[in-house]
Write a protein that binds this ligand. Sequence first.
Ligand code: SF4
Ligand code: SF4
Length: 157
Amino acid sequence: MSALVVIDAAVAARCGATTAAVPDWPCRAGCADCCRSLAQLPSLTAEEWQRLEAAVPAAHGQAIAERIREELAKSQGPYTCPWLDRDDDRCLVYEVRPVACRTYGFYVERDKGLYCNRIENRVATGEFDGILWGNQVRVDEQLDAIGPRIPLADRMR
Ligand code: SF4
Ligand code: SF4
């Protein structure tokens, strides 16, 4: 089992425990505010890129390539993820989405929230006080151990 699959499994377990504890957890299919407001374009390990690129549906390949060009042409964010199906707000590569997409909303850095507005609003009410948040720093260290992150712009060269 690759290190990336091990990370995925651990993240899935933590996120699963969270959604089991809070059945109306806000992250769900069709919610894509985070995919439409990326502060940065993806910068992924080679293994993440390989599996993502291999999974792109052929029917969407041309549209995704065009969206990548559009996003790379922007001088600054927020960016919209090129792998987001704009018609129904669903991830076209959901099963092989990057680790950062899997942890977002569920993992935080100590003293530094990484919440989207939907989650932040409920954190503010104290509703999520009992939630055991994942450790984003630890996940980033595990990814660093796999290999360097390759920015989208470099991957396209
Ligand atoms: S992080 Fe926020 S915007 Fe993204 S899926 Fe979860 S609730 Fe929706
Ligand atoms: S890869 Fe999928 S989950 Fe990640 S930002 Fe893009 S559309 Fe959203």
